[in-house]
Ligand binder design. Structure first.
Ligand code: ATP
Ligand code: MG
Length: 515
């Protein structure tokens, strides 16, 4: 008994009154069981290739029996249940299966009789006005009022056949639909299952087409009222994450990204817009929705929300409080979250910005040009440009509405997709045609490359002009945007000045061939 109680206590890190109450019950029932049950082998293992079980008690009754031919030992089998649910256990196949497998695994053994031993569950609780001593007196009295029940079970071989048939059916299944029940509370996957997290999903067994851009990531910018939101609205199944409230002309479902004020009792709580946005990204990552396009309208507002959020968290009033560090922290927080957004598993990610004409650029000869670029600080803008396929400007002049990818020194555009047209109508289909064209060009490019595979690969202009490392908010963000992708507004000039020349034929191999 002492060993039993100790095993119970040692299975908990901390013992409180409730554990002691349980130990009182254990002590009571162990003493009773000892008086009531015959001696024998406890926890006898039943194990073969098909079945594993433990017989709680095997009582040897060989001496009481007249042995028929081939029988060497006879037992009574007992199984203990700490339950008041006698009826349902009597339907169980457990003891029938035990008898069958014990006799099968031990030729010459017989199970004569089988019993369930029910230890009643006494579940009275301590009252509020009751001290622990009084309660335990009451508990002991209640235990005394209850009795152990020993119920015989008559062997029924069809129970064994039912069991084996059920096993066969289970093995034949290839679909396992969810069946929610009380038992879910015991399952360690309950949370995943109920939330529908399909974390074990494998991709389709299909080669990916690495040439083709399948997911589209686009950054469009332009003057107010030029048609940016309208264009984004044309994408399939869009969800707009809207900061400016300006969604009058479109019908896409949207989530306002702004400070959320809630009143709980007498407390007013404010959730900052950036926290709202991050929550939305969390939610989108779960993929429990059928949106195909995620739109951010407007990106620069998010940057401002991010700044306010970081300042709030750090208790800063203004950059000057911790100037360099502040920019760095804001930029890192902003870029890493946008990176998560851009990496989301949706068909299209569309970022929208207003345009900024306020910055001047001095040309070589000294002429001033006013630049037109997305309204976002230069460093984060460069990083974002590195995350997208296309940066395009919406131009609306008089009746003319176009999407422009001009890569001249005054217009920020271009990107990783090569486009031959610098300007297309402001139209969804025309934009999709740009992708189709780029994919065709990429396929051609691949063919060319495989034909001249001996030639060392010339560095792409974008790689040569990758940002210097001291210009990086932090290492993580830098690693995220690979050097090859890191575009720069001003790199565009260099790119134009240095047309992509075919790889220089410098390998000795070539020379030899020419000789
Ligand atoms: N391709 C187009 N052809 C003609 N009209 C258009 C086109 N695209 C948009 N418009 C019209 O232009 C107006 C402004 O469109 P929209 O709200 O999309 O602009 P926006 O660039 O998102 O503006 P804001 O910066 O103020 O949010 C709307 O009346 C819309 O119907
Ligand atoms: Mg708009």
């Amino acid at each position: 008994m002492e060993a039993g109680i100790n095993t119970y206590f040692f299975s908990f890190p901390v013992i409180d009154d409730l554990h002691v109450n349980e130990a009182i019950k254990l002590e009571h029932w162990i003493r009773k069981a000892d008086q009531l049950l015959p001696k024998g082998i406890y926890e006898f293992p039943i194990e073969d290739d098909d079945f594993i079980g433990y017989a709680d008690l095997l009582h040897d009754v060989t001496d009481e029996c007249v042995l028929t031919r081939g029988v060497t030992k006879v037992f009574d089998l007992y199984d203990f249940k700490y339950s008041n649910n006698v009826e349902s256990y009597l339907k169980s196949g457990q003891l029938h299966e035990y008898k069958y497998y014990i006799e099968k695994n031990h030729p010459g053994w017989k199970i004569r009789k089988m019993f369930f031993v029910f230890f009643p569950k006494v579940t009275i609780k301590q009252r509020k006005d009751e001290d622990i001593f009084t309660f335990r007196q009451r508990l002991k009295a209640e235990l005394d009022r209850n009795e152990i029940q020993i119920v015989e079970v008559v062997y029924d071989p069809t129970k064994v056949i039912d069991f084996v048939t059920k096993v066969k059916r289970i093995l034949e299944l290839d679909e396992f639909p969810k069946e929610e029940s009380r038992l879910c509370a015991w399952c360690e996957y309950q949370e995943y299952c109920e939330k529908g997290v399909d974390y074990m999903l494998l991709p389709a067994n299909q080669r990916r087409n690495i040439q083709e851009v399948q997911k589209k990531v686009i950054w469009i910018y332009g003057a107010p009222f030029s048609g940016k939101t309208t264009l984004a609205n044309k994408f399939p199944d869009p969800l707009m994450l809207n900061t400016d409230g300006n969604i009058k002309y479109v019908d896409a479902p949207y989530i306002p990204i702004k400070d959320k004020v809630t009143v709980e009792g007498r407390q007013t709580k404010r959730q900052l817009a950036w926290a709202v946005f991050k929550e939305v990204v969390d939610e989108l990552e779960k993929k429990q929705n059928d949106f195909k396009t995620i739109v951010v309208d407007l990106l620069e507002d998010l940057y401002e929300h991010c700044r306010l959020y970081i300042y709030d968290k750090r208790g800063w009033e203004h950059e000057s409080d911790d100037s360099f560090k502040a920019w760095d922290i804001v930029r890192t927080e902003f870029l890493s979250t946008i990176k998560r957004l851009v990496n989301l598993d949706y068909e299209n990610i569309v970022l929208i910005s207003h345009e900024d004409r306020s910055k001047d650029l001095t040309k070589k000869g000294g002429d001033k040009l006013s630049t037109i670029r997305p309204n976002l600080a230069e460093k984060p803008a460069n990083k974002i440009a590195g995350m997208v396929d296309i940066v395009a400007r919406v131009i609306a002049e008089d009746d003319r509405r176009v999407l422009s990818f001009k890569t001249s020194e005054v217009i920020f555009g271009g990107g990783r997709l090569k486009v031959t047209e610098n300007e297309i109508p402001l139209d969804y289909d025309a934009l999709m045609e740009v992708y189709a064209e780029a994919n065709r060009a990429a396929a051609e490019d691949k063919k060319d490359k495989s034909m001249t595979s001996n030639t060392p690969r010339e560095k792409k202009p974008a790689e040569r002009n990758a940002e210097p490392s001291d210009d990086v908010p932090n290492q993580e963000a830098e690693q995220n945007a690979s050097a090859g992708e890191a575009a720069n507004f001003f790199d565009q000039k260099v790119q134009e000045a240095e047309p992509a020349t075919p790889a220089a034929p410098t390998t000795p191999q070539r020379k030899r061939r020419g000789q």
